[in-house]
Structures are given as structure tokens and as C-alpha cells.
Design a protein around this ligand. Structure first.
Ligand code: NAG
Ligand code: NAG
Ligand code: NAG
Ligand code: NAG
Length: 344
């Protein structure tokens, strides 16, 4: 069987359709609002790369929400976030984020910090950048649901299209001029025809989808796979990813998904390690090693205090043994690929 396994692995390795990025989301601060430092990011990035049983290519990419160092005084407009040097020392690829829900002036600071990082670190940094997301769930935040859930201000489609143009302008004469620029939002916002101008403006569509939060429909973990597939399908139909008939043929990247390991019940979704394992098995294992870039939510919660709900797959202590078995049968990964392709 060795030979068969080997051929399959080779075919996967050379398939141009194989996703480039697999990783987690990383916030800029701890639950007590203190900033994460370079050593904090390095510890997390290394842990992610060394997770026991990791499927596919392993977790070597980081999605960030902001390109400003958290907690820097507002007059320091070029403070490069500690995640960037940490990504360089650990060889972690990046989906950068420009925070857009705090108004025009903060977007300017974000873009100044981005240019400053390019100048400071050169190709050591730019070679790692797989994309730039201009905004994160800003449409959701400014939607009636977001307002009802007391989210922050958000930004509307018109504002986001302007910010995307400014981001393109900020990198146009740099090594990042060819990097895809997109936006991350909930699947329901992408599927909403009123946001079409945004679809036209982006190079990629970052989709966030959590069955846990879909409390208006039956959302027990047994329904999670169907709800996720429906969210991805609706997004693709709206934006035309993966050759569908939709608008613009924009690739869809899964920028956030996951299931809480603890927390309050949300309609029929009951948080727990068993539910999180099942969600990983059914949703995650369908994605890892496949064609779609994925940044899972998440490796570990913000830390110092367990949030409610909590989505971290390694629990409170940062260690390489997850709370549940994260291997994916048939997908390969450390254990399966490590053997079997030896020409001996
Ligand atoms: C970084 O990782 C990539 C694969 O993701 C690899 O091709 C490259 O050689 C690595 N670079 C270093 C300096 O380890
Ligand atoms: C890039 O990395 C190399 C190898 O670590 C280092 O020698 C060089 O100084 C770095 N360049 C910059 C601009 O940081
Ligand atoms: C979008 O937001 C901007 C401010 O960011 C505001 O001036 C504009 O009126 C809003 N447009 C719509 C259609 O709500
Ligand atoms: C995707 O959505 C379209 C339009 O809503 C629907 O016709 C189709 O059956 C869906 N496909 C899957 C696989 O769910």
C-alpha cells in the first residue's frame, strides 16, 4: 500500500488546486486588554506549527485583525504589530488585517504601519504575506443584527470600498502590489445583494461562518456541517467563487469557523469538547488539505481569562496537545505523510 499512498500524496502535492494557507486567527490583545508581545506570538505560532496530529500541511499561517500594535498611543501611528517580527522568526505566513470599524483616521494609521513594516523588514516580511483583508465583519457589525447584539460601529459597503481603494494605493509601489486584497465578513453579508459593490471591489472573499451563532435555526452540532455547507454555497453563489455562476468569480477563503469548547448553549448548539471535536471532524476535515484557504477559530482564546464562549482547541495552557484528536482520516498530515513516501 506504500506505493498507492505515495502516489496519492504526490498528486496532492502537485495539484495546483491545493490551498496555500492553513492556520488560525490571532487577536492583538489578551482578555485583560494588555497587548500581546513578540514572544507571545512566537509561542503561539510555534505551537500551531507543532500541533499533534495536525492534518494537511499543518497550521503555518496566521490571520491578523489589525496592522497596529495594540495599546500604542494614538500619536504613534506607525507602530508595527509584534505579530510581524514573530511571523518572520517562525516562518509563518500572514493574512494581514486592516481594522476598519473605528473610522477613517484609524484606517490611515493602519496603512501607515503597513508601509512602515514593508520598509523595516523588506522581503523577510513581504514574502510571507498571502493577502490583506480590509476590514473584518464590519458589515455584520453595522447590520440590524449587529446593532441588536451591541457590536461596535462597523462600516458600510461604501466606506469599505473607499478603504480598499486606499489600501491598494498604499501598497501600489511596494513589494505587496500584487498581493490579493479582500474583505472578511459573515456569510450572510456576502450573500446579501445590497453588498455587491464590495464583491466587485475585492480580489478575495473572506467568509466567517459559525453554526453556533445561528440561533434562529436548529443549530445543534449534528446540523453544523449542513449549515456550514449552506453558508459556503450561498457565499459562492453570490460571489462566484470556484467557477460558480455568481458574480465576478471571486475566490472564497474560510477566514473564521469553529465551535466552542465551553460556554453557554446557543439555541440547540451545546458547547463542549465533544461538539468541538465533531465540528472539527465534519467541517474542518472537509476543508484541511483541500482547495480552500482556511484560518480556523481558534488555537487558543485571548488568554489570561477564559472567555465565554471559548473556542480555543488547546485549552487554557498553551501546549501542542489539543483538547481532542485533530487528525483527519484520509487527509494526511504529520503522521500519515511522514512515512510511506520514502523511496526506499
Ligand atoms: C518557510 O516555509 C516554506 C513553506 O511554507 C518553505 O518553503 C521555506 O523554505 C521556509 N523558509 C525557511 C527560512 O525556513
Ligand atoms: C532578513 O533576514 C535576514 C536573515 O535572518 C537578515 O540577515 C536580514 O537582516 C533581514 N533583513 C531585514 C531588512 O530585516
Ligand atoms: C456609509 O457610511 C458613511 C460614513 O462612514 C456615511 O457617511 C454614509 O452615509 C453611509 N452610507 C449609507 C448608504 O448608509
Ligand atoms: C446552492 O445554492 C443554490 C441556490 O440557492 C441551490 O440551488 C443549490 O442546490 C445549492 N447547492 C448545494 C450543494 O447546497
Amino acid at each position: 500500500m506504500r506505493g498507492t499512498h505515495c502516489l496519492a500524496a504526490l498528486a496532492a502535492a502537485f495539484s495546483s488546486a491545493t490551498a496555500q494557507y492553513q492556520g488560525f486567527n490571532y487577536g492583538a490583545f489578551f482578555t485583560d486588554n494588555s497587548p500581546k508581545m513578540q514572544s507571545d506570538f512566537e509561542a503561539k505560532f510555534k505551537t500551531a506549527q507543532n500541533l499533534e496530529g495536525a492534518p494537511g500541511k499543518g497550521f503555518t499561517s496566521a490571520r491578523l485583525y489589525t496592522t497596529l500594535q495594540w495599546g500604542t498611543a494614538s500619536d504613534i501611528i506607525s507602530a508595527i504589530p509584534a505579530a510581524i517580527p514573530a511571523a518572520i522568526t517562525t516562518n509563518t505566513t500572514l493574512l494581514l488585517g486592516i481594522w476598519c470599524s473605528a473610522g477613517h483616521a484609524i484606517v490611515s494609521h493602519e496603512l501607515t504601519a503597513l508601509r512602515s513594516a514593508i520598509t523595516t523588514y523588506g522581503s523577510n516580511f513581504t514574502d510571507l504575506v498571502g493577502g490583506i483583508s480590509v476590514g473584518s465583519e464590519d458589515l455584520y457589525r453595522s447590520s440590524p443584527t449587529g446593532i441588536a447584539n451591541h457590536e461596535n460601529t462597523g462600516a458600510n459597503t461604501t466606506a469599505l470600498v473607499t478603504y480598499i481603494a486606499r489600501a491598494r494605493d498604499a501598497v501600489k509601489d511596494t513589494a505587496l502590489s500584487q498581493v490579493p486584497i479582500g474583505h472578511v465578513d459573515t456569510w450572510s453579508e456576502w450573500a446579501d445583494p445590497k453588498n455587491r459593490a464590495l464583491v466587485d471591489a475585492v480580489d478575495f472573499v473572506g467568509m466567517d461562518a459559525y453554526s453556533y451563532w445561528q440561533s434562529m435555526v436548529p443549530n445543534g452540532v449534528d446540523r453544523s456541517k449542513a449549515l456550514f455547507d449552506d453558508a459556503l454555497n450561498r457565499t459562492r453563489m453570490a460571489v462566484g467563487g470556484k467557477g460558480d455562476r455568481g458574480r465576478g468569480n471571486k475566490p472564497v477563503w474560510v477566514t473564521e469557523t469553529g465551535f466552542p469548547v465551553s460556554g453557554k448553549t446557543s439555541n440547540e448548539a451545546v458547547p463542549g469538547v465533544e461538539g468541538a471535536r465533531r465540528f472539527w471532524r465534519e467541517v474542518g476535515c472537509g476543508l484541511f488539505g483541500g482547495e480552500v484557504n482556511v484560518w480556523w477559530y481558534t488555537l487558543r482564546d485571548a488568554g489570561k481569562r477564559t472567555p465565554e464562549p471559548s473556542f480555543g482547541i488547546v485549552g487554557e495552557e498553551l501546549g501542542t496537545r489539543p483538547l481532542f484528536d485533530i487528525s483527519c482520516p484520509g487527509v494526511g498530515g504529520d503522521e500519515e505523510d511522514g512515512e510511506g513516501c520514502d523511496p526506499e
